[in-house]
Design a protein around this ligand. Structure first.
Ligand SMILES: [Zn+2]
Length: 477
């Protein structure tokens, strides 16, 4: 475990931070874990990583700040590859309802009544929860008002691939959405790209979005494919969520299975596609996804609440890059990727019993789950040249975990304990792009109380404006 030779340039001489004394889980290709490791950070980049004694000996004379992190565990910033920042103000408006009520009666009225300011506040609130769970980067699933999201992401100090929700056809769409043509959809996304891509010190990238197959014409799919390819960016799409979706695709497009079979037939599948959920796929569709290099975002809590068991083990075995997402607040309702790691491991072990009739606790082991939230996340958002592992030259996106609490002690196996024991509360500090965005469990970039207060107000107004009424579950007096 020799540290790479540090190269300190004059440009970064003025700020060199050394974090030392920690267990460092690098998630690099060799799966290196330093028992007593150090990282040197200059500007937004990792300049050196290795044993504490060697890094301190080599670089402490140049350091402007040396932070002792004995007793802590460091990992690459977690990457949440499917989150609806627009839906944070809708937490709790669609619990325990069927999917059509969820969509037509709750989420569409909610989202179609959002203002740009609502998107901004919703993203701030969502971002606070993401940061607390160690997320430094997320892929927006497709929401309203990319400009509002971008303002919030810039302020929060997070990194994101932002995407607009895009639909050009469909039953029961709100009137403001039903008027959108295919050309409008493509044009507005290109405008978002021109305006926001590579902004906020390079922390924001803009992707193309397809909400779902039932709201997309073939022309929208193919033009999106071509536009994203031309701009060298990605496409984020909900795929094969429910059996009804597959049935509809089979009836309309005369294919022998569901959405993936149809997307394969029209040549839509390619390696810049991030396919969210991807629950109802058969073996041949898994082969199509694998062959095309499509990435899959597995959202275990949302799957359990609304969709079903995704064949994650089969997809990983087929060589598909599978990462983890939380989905949105009305379908999870926790935006903690830490909780998602725990659930992902458990439900996929449980699914083995359900599909094979016998137990297999070795399915999706902790190290696989850690890969899903780090390096696989980075590959899924086409950013693994700079993110997803702690290595020289990569961005300084770092999570600091303090395991010395009743939730995690004792730590006999620090890899498994990250998945099976860690709680959101154990994430004590988060660095993104070389900047501490959370320290001592306090967000540094926004006033949490102020955001919470604004979010409460905005959500009440928005639900009222959307005409959404929830039925009483119990006798309120
Ligand atoms: Zn979603």
């Amino acid at each position: 475990m020799e540290p790479e030779k540090a190269v300190i340039t004059t440009e970064t001489d003025s700020s060199l931070t050394i974090l030392h004394g920690a267990v460092i889980i690098t998630m690099d290709d060799d799966s290196r874990v330093f028992r007593d490791g150090a990282i040197a950070i200059a500007g937004h980049q990792i300049k050196a990583i290795g044993q504490s004694s060697q890094i301190l000996h080599q670089l402490s004379d140049f350091a402007t700040e040396i932070i002792d992190l004995h007793g802590h565990i460091l990992l690459p910033g977690f990457i949440n590859t499917h989150v609806h920042t627009s839906q944070q103000l809708a937490r709790g408006i669609a619990d325990d309802v069927d999917l059509i009520t969820w969509l037509h009666g709750r989420i569409w009225p909610y989202e179609s009544n959002m203002t740009e300011e609502d998107s901004y506040i919703s993203t701030l609130l969502c971002g606070i929860e993401l940061i607390h769970s160690g997320v430094t980067c997320f892929a927006e699933a497709g929401g309203q008002h990319v400009s509002g999201m971008a303002r919030a992401v810039k302020l929060l100090g997070l990194r994101a691939c932002l995407t607009q929700s895009t639909m050009d056809v469909g039953e029961g769409l709100p009137s403001s959405w039903a008027a959108r043509t295919t050309d409008d959809c493509i044009q507005s996304q290109k405008e978002n790209y021109d305006k926001h891509n590579n902004t906020a010190d390079g922390r924001i990238r803009v992707w193309f979005g397809i909400r779902q197959i039932m709201n997309s014409t073939e022309r929208l799919l193919l033009e999106t494919r071509d536009a994203a390819r031309d701009l060298k960016t990605g496409i984020h799409m909900h795929v094969s969520e429910i059996p009804y979706e597959n049935q509809l695709v089979m009836d309309v497009h005369k294919v022998n299975h569901g959405t993936v079979t149809y997307l394969e037939k029209i040549g839509f599948l390619q390696n810049n596609l991030l396919s969210a959920h991807t629950v109802w796929v058969d073996d041949s569709e898994i082969s199509f996804l694998s062959r095309a290099g499509v990435k899959v975002s597995h959202c275990p809590a949302a799957a359990m609440k609304m969709l079903g068991f995704a064949p994650v083990k089969e997809m990983l075995d087929a060589g598909i890059c599978v990462s983890l997402g939380t989905d949105g607040a009305p379908s999870n309702n926790r935006m903690s990727i830490v909780d998602e790691m725990y659930i992902a491991s458990l439900i996929n072990k449980g699914r083995e019993v359900y599909t094979k009739g016998t137990t297999d606790p070795t399915a999706l082991p902790a190290e696989t789950i850690l890969r899903m939230v780090t390096i696989n996340g980075a590959k899924s958002i086409l950013w693994d040249n700079e993110l997803g592992s702690l290595e020289v030259g990569k961005k300084a996106d770092i999570v600091v975990v303090n395991p010395s609490s009743w939730t995690m002690v004792p730590v006999h196996d620090c890899i498994s304990t990250m998945v099976y024991c860690m709680r959101t509360e154990n994430v004590v500090a988060v660095m993104c792009n070389g900047v501490w965005i959370m320290k001592d469990r306090k967000i540094q970039t926004v006033d949490e109380e102020e955001v919470i207060s604004k979010a409460k107000e905005a959500s009440v107004e928005l639900i009222k404006r959307a005409g959404i009424r929830l039925s009483s579950r119990m006798s309120f007096i």
